[in-house]
Design a protein around this ligand. Structure first.
Ligand code: ATP
Length: 297
């Protein structure tokens, strides 16, 4: 088990990571989510040892130095571009001695990727796929990937997803993915950690949290003026003619009764997903924008 305890980091006098504590097991895919600039990359840099923490640390049950068990590549394009996949495998092997070059090369070939072309001449998706192959074949116990699915087409995303799932299935590897794509994470993450203001705001198993989040999503047919409960407590997510999809935070029996009493012609509760949890968590940011004068939003 990888243990992250009280990790704290200030950058230019700003507290970016504030006493973050969690543990991570092999056999799990953990999603790391949060708004832009919340500190996801900083957390990865602390875990990999690229940044020194101001306090707190990282330890592992089964290694003296936890960092030897971690695979993380910061801004990979900056240094991978000058090399081919075949060359990269040999370079990575220096830092990750367990990297299985034969396995790496065979995965590169089975994914129809070139082994001997410079990374700079490959597409973003091809480079992304090669990076994920390097991460998996490094045989690192803990793999940290920043937006690995970003900019990849559906087929490549499916390939990457399959590789990540099979990598954790033997219980020898744990993967943490920073992502803004919550819907995608809902389908592959065993657990989601949500960061807000440098701290862990929520740490949940997707299905479990969705049932207890006090968030409700309603499909409502509304003719005429919006009911007060929608204006005061709801966020309108979709509108098609008279059909509205509205998200309610802090949903309880009182709010349910107000919604029921509203003049909506039809009301149906829809399933809540991680996107909705994210919206509800950053509710005040929504309200801020809604409060701005028109044309400045
Ligand atoms: N080298 C640095 N010096 C000073 N401040 C920094 C530095 N790197 C990041 N920051 C600040 O620290 C905060 C966290 O940045 P970080 O890149 O970790 O966020 P992130 O969650 O990865 O963002 P995104 O989702 O946009 O990739 C931001 O406010 C950023 O401006």
């Amino acid at each position: 088990m990888l243990k992250i305890e009280n990790l704290t980091k200030k950058l230019e006098n700003k507290l970016v990571i504030d006493h973050v504590t969690f543990s991570m097991q092999t056999g799990q895919i953990v999603g790391l989510v949060g708004r832009n600039g919340v500190g996801k990359t900083t957390l990865f840099r602390l875990l990999s040892g690229e940044y020194l923490s101001d306090s707190g640390g990282v330890s592992s049950d089964d290694a003296e130095n936890a960092r030897t068990q971690i695979f993380y590549l910061d801004a990979p394009d900056n240094f991978t571009n000058a090399y081919s996949a075949a060359q990269l495998a040999r370079i990575f092997k220096v830092s990750y001695p367990k990297l299985d070059v034969e396995w790496f090369e065979s995965l590169v070939k089975t994914n129809n990727l070139p082994l001997h072309k410079k990374m700079s001449s490959l597409s973003k998706g091809q480079r992304g796929l090669i990076l994920v192959i390097a991460a998996i074949t490094s045989k690192a116990r803990y793999i940290f990937l920043d937006e690995p699915l970003d900019g990849l087409d559906l087929i490549v995303r499916d390939q990457v997803t399959q590789m990540l799932i099979s990598a954790v299935s033997d219980n020898q590897t744990g993967i943490m993915l920073a992502s803004h794509n919550l819907r995608e994470l809902d389908t592959i993450a065993d657990r989601i950690i949500l960061i807000k203001e440098g701290r862990i705001e929520k740490d949940y198993l997707p299905g479990e949290e969705l049932e207890t989040a006090n968030v409700a999503k309603m499909q409502m047919v509304i003719e005429g003026a919006l009911p007060k409960v929608v204006i005061e407590c709801g966020h309108i997510l979709e509108k098609r003619g008279h059909l509205y999809v509205v998200l309610f935070k802090d949903y309880d029996s009182k709010m349910a009764a107000r919604i029921k009493r509203s003049k909506a012609k039809y009301i149906e509760e829809l399933p809540v997903n991680s996107d909705d949890i994210f919206r509800a968590t950053f509710d005040e940011d929504y309200r801020l924008r809604q409060a701005m004068p028109k044309g400045r939003q």
